[in-house]
Structure formats: C-alpha cells, structure tokens
Design a protein around this ligand. Structure first.
Ligand SMILES: [Zn+2]
Length: 168
C-alpha cells in the first residue's frame, strides 16, 4: 500500500460530511475561517475534524496539536475533536485493509480552574488538555467499507480512504 496524501474532512453532528479537502503527503490544512464562521452560525454544529495519516502514525502530530489548541481557544467553551485515520493491516492483491480512526479531544481549561492554579502554583498560562476519546475499527474491501458489527457506514469514509491510499 502506498500513502498518497493526507485528506481532511469536517464532520457534522449527525455524522454527515460538511467538507472534504486534499492535503499533501506531510500535512493537510484545515480552513480556519470557514470553521470559525460555521461555529459562529451554529455553535456545536461541527462534531469533529478528521484526516488520514501514513501507516504507523496513529497519534496527533505536533502540527495537529498546535492547530487544535488554537481552535479550542476560538470555540471555547466547546471542545474540539480531531480524528486520525490509519491503516492497521492490508492485503494488496485483494485491495483489502483494516483501518482505525482514533479521535482526540482538546479542551481549553475554564478560567476559574486556571485562576485557582495560578494562585497556588503561579502558573501564568491557561492549559489546553487533550485526550483520546474514541477509537473505531473499520474494514475496507475493494471499495466498500464496513464497521465491525455495523455494516452500514458513511460514504465519506470510502472517499477519504480512496483519496489517501493507493493499492499499487
Ligand atoms: Zn495529522
């Protein structure tokens, strides 16, 4: 399997696709302005961002971390979530593979919590905390995806796989 590019997507609350965009082999840019506008119009409408990574890189990169930390400040008190999709195993000849999407969440700490800490420890910086909140395994077989124990899944997940990985 060849990794072609990172592909990003913005996912709505109902699990549907809001927007998908092509990245490069090393990174994908999320459209900051569009995100801020969507949030202003309807806070909480965006359920998560997600994107693909090369095999073996299931965790947020330094760039992912700084991007999501910035967004967490913009949409505070809402949390922001970022999915990372990576292949775990694959059979080239059959165009089959098993993928996982790990979802991480960033939260900008409440002002009161920070101020309490500031008084005790003299911390001058408000913290942004992130943790893994979800992990879903799905299988891909010749253009068709299915979730374990749940045969029907969104078609945007097919597209994101097709755009990011090649089976040659
Ligand atoms: Zn990333």
């Amino acid at each position: 399997m060849k990794f072609v590019q990172e592909t990003g997507a913005i996912i709505a609350n109902d699990g549907g696709l809001i927007s998908m965009f092509d990245g490069e082999p090393g990174h994908v840019d999320f459209p900051d302005q569009m995100i801020a506008q969507l949030h202003k119009l309807q806070p909480g409408y965006i359920q998560r961002f997600t994107h693909t990574h090369p095999p073996g890189m299931p965790k947020p990169s330094g760039q992912d971390n700084s991007m999501m930390s910035n967004l967490a400040m913009v949409v505070y008190p809402f949390p922001v979530r970022l999915g990372i999709i990576v292949p775990q195993s694959w059979v080239l000849a059959k165009r089959e593979g098993e993928f996982v999407e790990n979802v991480y969440q960033w939260v900008f700490e409440p002002r009161e919590v920070w101020q309490a800490r500031k008084m005790i420890h003299n911390d001058t910086k408000r913290a942004i905390v992130y943790e893994k909140v979800d992990s879903t395994i799905f299988t891909y077989s010749d253009g068709i995806l299915s979730k374990k124990h749940q045969p029907h899944i969104s078609s945007w997940q097919d597209w994101i796989i097709e755009r990011s990985y090649s089976w040659q």
